[in-house]
Design a protein around this ligand. Structure first.
Ligand code: GDP
Length: 337
């Protein structure tokens, strides 16, 4: 395949070429990896989409929200891409997010692109693939890239680390609902959207929203937040109420951050974070391949038998790794033949 040609077609906004590019970055095959890197390198570097991360537990209304919100953005003349990070598919091969029947309206729109989550790999790999898919969408000229994830595992951290804005979608609840959301996740949120604020659920949504607004005020103020942020607000993906106001708030926040230098600053810090993560992952992968894997096993057994002191065994292991260092980079868990 001619990777320069593929990159050119992605840059021209061709969705089929984009889908093909994403298939390349998701592949575990070494030759695909090389091609993916070539395509990424050949994309225009002057394009920037607004990257919006969205997290919420299954059933909270993520796909309904993304569809309604996405349609709203399309009407405003924007091109919208939707990507998913689904840790459940990493573990079991089954997906909470990935079925194709979701976002029916949006998927039929010429200016929308929807990609279900990559499956059957470990989260680290999913994060890298999603990050590269975001880069491909930006290269394809999308104005907004929505990155969706479920509220389990470490996927939120990964998504927050690749997004300009991080939204947490919650459903109205009674009683002790605050305990259901981990503090760490709340601390990452720029906006908490209480969905389903319609019909019978409206009163509960109003209470939940007030609870979270109160909880957000108790969090330590972050430098990248103007007054009033992070904020909690009510929306209804079903009736589409609050979507317009929510988008206005997102834009206001982004504008402020651009002015204040936090937008570029955050992106720079994120790029550095992923560089370091990738180096760490690559180093760890050395432990799982070839001579190093064998040495880990042998030395580990000797430690277990009491024949070797753990720290001496560790030092020997590092010698093995040092000797092994010329080996080519290997994807931590190759997932295709
Ligand atoms: P996801 O699992 O987070 O993607 O959730 P879905 O978008 O599939 O929605 C789960 C259920 O909640 C569906 O039955 C939706 O119709 C319903 N739902 C989603 N948004 C709203 C809303 O704003 N109001 C109400 N009343 N129901 C909603």
């Amino acid at each position: 395949m001619d990777t320069q040609d593929l990159a050119a077609r992605i840059a021209a906004g061709e969705r089929r070429a984009l889908a093909r590019g994403i298939t390349l970055v998701e592949s575990g095959r070494a030759d695909h990896r090389v091609q993916a890197t070539e395509v990424l390198a050949a994309l225009p570097r002057d394009r920037q989409a607004l990257r919006i991360g969205l997290s919420g537990t299954p059933g909270v209304g993520k796909s309904t929200f993304i569809e309604a919100f996405g349609m709203h953005l399309l009407k405003a003349g924007m091109r919208v891409a939707v990507l998913a990070v689904d840790p459940s598919s990493a573990r079991s091969g089954g997906s909470i997010l990935g079925d194709k029947t979701r976002m029916d309206r949006l998927s039929r729109e010429a200016n929308a692109f929807i990609r279900p989550s990559p499956s059957q790999t470990h989260l680290g790999g999913v994060a890298r693939r999603t990050r590269e898919a975001v880069a491909l969408c930006e290269g394809a000229g999308f104005d907004v890239v929505l990155i969706e994830t479920v509220g389990v595992g470490q996927s939120e951290t990964a998504v927050a680390q690749m997004a300009d804005l991080f939204l947490l979608l919650l459903a109205p609840a009674g009683g002790d609902e605050l305990q259901g959301v981990k503090r760490g996740i709340m601390e990452m949120a720029d906006m908490i959207l209480i969905n389903k604020a319609d019909g019978d659920l409206k009163p509960a949504a109003t209470r939940t929203c007030a609870d979270y607004a109160g909880a957000l005020r108790l969090l330590r103020k972050r430098p990248q937040d103007p007054d009033g942020f992070p904020k909690a607000m009510m929306v209804s993906a079903l009736t589409e109420q609050g979507l317009e106001a929510g988008w206005a708030d997102m834009q206001a926040l982004v504008d402020w951050r651009r002015e204040a230098g936090f937008f570029d600053g955050t992106r720079a810090a994120q790029a550095q974070y992923w560089f370091e993560q990738d180096v760490r992952a690559a180093l760890l992968s050395r432990l799982e391949t070839g001579a190093a894997k064998q040495a880990m096993k042998t030395l580990g057994a000797q430690v277990a038998e009491g024949a070797l002191d753990p720290s001496i065994a560790a030092a020997r292991m590092l010698d093995v790794l040092g000797a092994d260092f010329g080996a080519p980079w290997v994807d931590p868990v190759p997932d295709s033949p």
